[in-house]
Write a protein that binds this ligand. Sequence first.
Ligand SMILES: Cc1ncc(COP(=O)(O)O)c(C=O)c1O
Length: 358
Amino acid sequence: MDIKMTPVPHIAALAPYALADLAPELTSLAQNESLRPPSPDALTAAQRALADAHLYPDPDWIDLRAALACIHEVSADAILCGAGSMELIGALASAYLSAGDRMLTSDLAYLYFRTATQRSGAAFDLAPESGFTVDPDALIAALRPETKIVFVANPGNPTGTRIGRDALARLRAALPGAVMLVIDEAYGEFADGLDEGTFDLVAAGNTVVLRTFSKAYGCAGLRVGWGVFPPAIIGQMRKILNPNNVSTVSQAAAAAATRDQAYMRDTVRQTADIRDRFANRMRAIGLDVPDSHTNFVILAFASPEQAQAADAALRAQGIAMRGMGGYGLAHCLRATIAQERTMQRAAQCLERFIGEQP
Ligand SMILES: Cc1ncc(COP(=O)(O)O)c(C=O)c1O
């Protein structure tokens, strides 16, 4: 007998999370992965940790938290780790949002903020960005009495732009004390050179700062995210995080990657050099390319049709960028920065494509 199970209505109404459209033969510039593998120290640590794979992982991430606390000069007690920062985003939404509540973010913010909110049965509001950049005043104007969480990705995905620490502090000060501000710094290491740390904003109350090993550390496949949280939020998060969320191998690799800052800094430097050369070539053929503080750039074409045709031309050359229709930016493609030779191929293909436009 075929017995139909009915999901709860807000899950039934949820669209599956949209991943990149990737065929195995394509070179992916679609997922904002690092242009090089994890640090050799991280690989050695991961290999060693495999010998303990018969044991459950450390539920307190003690060595990883110690490494992060030392490098970032924050208290280890304020840190929580997740299976990627996606787990932490989801857990914040589960703990603090339910039916009747609202989440606020900007219209070009990372789409998973919306998914996590809808999974919790809550609704969301979107404030407009201006010039592909988060506008704190627009966020403040869009606050509602039901708003419980404001998510800001800084630098942003898919825009690559960022707002300064002063703007974030001003936003925090303008939010009611009971509204949580989550600053998602998945690409924070690419902007660290600006020396505008935000971890101290957590002490201002009801503020969380998230980071990940998936981008500058090149550990996307290991699934390790972390964040700095106020004590009251830590207690609630602990109740819902999977107590064995980060594998032994991933914890060991992430701790070693943290201690090898020189390798990560070198990845950031290489990425920024290739990114800036690629962005300038794209500007030279007339595309609008906002300044990026991440490992990707967004390319704005003249029309959605032109962006679609450019995507097809790239795919014909074996390269997959990410269409931005899901963000209401159908005239844009997002290009993750890969090694120089791949970006040369992508640039040549787009130069040829634009050159052939009527
Ligand atoms: C802004 C932003 N936040 C969070 C994530 C998720 O990262 P993780 O791999 O740590 O789950 C991403 C991944 O692309 C991202 O762009």
